[in-house]
Design a binder for this molecule. Structure first.
Ligand code: ASP
Length: 585
């Protein structure tokens, strides 16, 4: 028998019991006559003790133990003289009578403790050792609990868990596909799904009514922070529903998961709803962090026409009030200015207005505006003495992005983004289409199957850019946790949508014929949502990185450095696949 108990379960009530534990050796403190060993497994840590009364054989083995050896230890549970209230098992220790080394260990390349001394790269290379650490184990357990909680909820709501294929065909919409060469169909390729979108819609056509899947999705995108080439969604679809039904169901699921896995309750008020247009105007982005205020105020009308060229020529002028920040030093303001001038954000500069406690107004644009005018802006923005105002101008969309980034950065610096607080909301009424100047065409803001709001359908002909979609995002703390839409289920409307997206009837038929044909055989009205499960987990865990919630993630260059993937394949494999590498690296 390897063990009678785990390393996390013995308590004072077990004193005098004979037990056998198995696990990994953490710290060994050898004090001559006495020695203490921390024995660790997934469930916790238990102290093993050796003293002058212990069998000689045991004492000999203790001298040979190294970190991360796997051992089996038998002994009696005894009361500790020095109790450790920080440990669940801190009241007891095991007086060893038998000890066996089950597996020796090389010295690990980094310490396997709460805070490791290993750098990122090293820990990724030895991911299985990193995964042995408490924080990662807790993350995996949280992920497991969240998955079970979602699954349980959906099962009780009548959702069927149905798997959809990973080897599908490539489509040009959306992100870039990962492709897999086919051996049996020479010169042809499968693609890995970016999501099960079309399959879940086909399941609705097939009458399954409610579907879900905790499923891997693949997108060959440039890896920005917090993105993984393969990631997991809780993917769901329902028939005979409108937007309200979907939001109601998944709001309940979110509440259930928050409550069941991390004990967070949100009271009886429904989650806030905000239109995309409002989110953009007030927060500068479509996933507002509502843990704090500091909303954007537009000043375009007030600030123009005073001879300040930069403002006079701007399409948009707007600002935010940094409450209580009048004491910011020049250096602090310069730092923020540099922050928003970074190329990713693209500000030209930051105008500031300081409202001293004493009532005096100073600004970086004193030459152009009298204190009275500046005071008027301040009043319009709800600013008070002791506040600092930042103003940004330029092209509308860009300025809003700058203000959004500035707001978030200020929020972080002022400690307003506490990770243990959660501010959920639904963002609704997204635009259906997005115009791209470069390619001079519309793109689907969500995806091509998203339905327009019925009242906006006439605009599809006159002003497609103004059409709003039956699309929604679930946002928490500035993170888009989920998104979905009510789908088009009328073949003619779907054909019109493809046309707007630049497909010819032939190319639409070629790419999406299977779906459009299916819709001709009786498609129910349907809609759904997908939650980014990795991100959901990191949000619950109060972390920034999704990587820490994925057992075996890729690094920033999309590589798995542990198994060294991607890698080249043998010439025979290429031959078999009818492939030739034209440009070896
Ligand atoms: N498949 C969509 C996505 O991955 C979500 C949905 O519309 O249900 O974003």
């Amino acid at each position: 028998m390897y063990r009678t108990h785990t390393c996390g379960e013995l308590r004072a009530a077990d004193i005098n019991t004979e037990v056998t534990l198995a696990g990994w050796v953490g710290k060994v403190r050898n004090l001559g006559a006495m020695a203490f060993i921390d024995l660790r497994d997934r469930y916790g840590v238990t102290q093993l003790a050796v003293n002058e009364n212990s069998p000689a054989a045991v004492r000999e083995i203790v001298d040979t133990l190294g970190r991360e050896f796997v051992i089996r230890a038998t002994g009696t549970v005894v009361e500790r003289s020095a109790k450790n209230p920080k440990m669940a098992t801190g009241e007891i220790e095991i007086a060893l009578t038998e000890l066996k080394v089950l597996s020796r260990a090389d010295t690990p390349p980094f310490t396997i403790e709460e805070n490791s001394d290993g750098g990122d790269d090293l820990r990724m290379k030895y991911r299985y050792l990193d995964l042995r650490r408490g924080p990662l184990q807790r993350n995996m357990m949280l992920r497991h609990r969240m998955a079970q909680s979602a699954r349980g909820f959906l099962d009780r709501e009548g959702f069927l868990e149905i798997e959809t294929p990973f080897l599908i065909s490539s489509t040009p919409e959306g992100a870039r596909d990962f492709v897999v060469p086919s051996r049996m169909s020479a010169g042809q390729f499968y693609a890995l799904p970016q999501s099960p979108q079309t399959f879940k819609q086909l399941l609705m056509v097939a009458g399954y009514d409610r579907y879900f899947q905790i499923v891997r999705c693949f997108r060959d995108e440039d890896l920005r922070a917090d993105r993984q080439p393969e990631f997991t969604q809780i993917d769901c679809e329902m028939s005979f529903v409108d937007q309200e039904d979907v939001l109601e169901t998944f709001e309940r699921m979110a509440r259930f998961m928050f409550s069941e896995t991390i004990g967070v309750e949100f009271g009886t008020e429904p989650f806030r709803r905000m239109s995309w247009a409002e989110a953009m105007a007030r927060y500068g982005n479509d996933k507002p962090d509502l843990r704090f205020g500091m909303e954007i105020n537009e000043l375009t009308a007030q600030a123009k026409g005073h001879g300040f060229g930069v403002f006079d020529d701007a399409e948009y002028i707007g600002g935010i009030v940094a409450t209580g920040c009048a004491g910011f030093t020049r250096k602090q303001i310069d730092e923020l200015t540099e922050y928003v001038k970074r190329p990713q954000i693209g500000a030209k500069g930051l105008v500031w207005i300081r409202l001293d406690e004493g009532g005096e107004i100073k600004s970086s644009v004193d030459k152009f505006y009298t204190p009275e005018v500046l005071r008027e802006w301040a009043v319009a923005m709800g600013a008070q003495n002791g506040d600092l105002i930042f103003v940004v101008s330029g092209e509308r969309r860009r300025s809003l992005t700058v203000l959004s980034e500035l707001r978030l950065e200020l929020g972080s610096r002022l400690g307003l983004r506490d990770k243990s607080r959660f501010a959920p909301l639904w963002v609704v009424d997204f635009p259906l289409l997005e115009w791209d100047d470069e390619t001079a065409r519309f793109y689907a803001m969500h995806h091509p199957f998203t339905s327009p709001k019925p009242e906006d359908i006439p605009l599809l002909e006159s002003d497609p850019g103004a059409v709003r979609a039956n699309a929604y995002d679930f946002v928490v703390n500035g993170v888009e946790v989920g998104g979905g839409s009510i789908r088009i289920f009328e073949p003619d409307l779907q054909a019109r949508m493809f046309e707007l997206l630049g497909f010819t009837p032939e190319s639409a038929q070629e790419q999406f014929g299977f779906l459009m044909n299916a819709f001709r055989f009786g498609a129910p009205p349907h809609g759904g949502i997908a939650f980014g499960f990795d991100r959901f987990c990191s949000l619950f865990g109060g972390a920034d990185s999704i990587r820490d919630y994925i057992a075996f993630p890729k690094n920033n260059s999309g590589r798995d450095v542990m198994i060294d993937a991607p890698s080249s394949i043998a010439p025979e494999q290429l031959e078999e696949l009818n492939l030739r590498i034209v440009r070896p690296e």
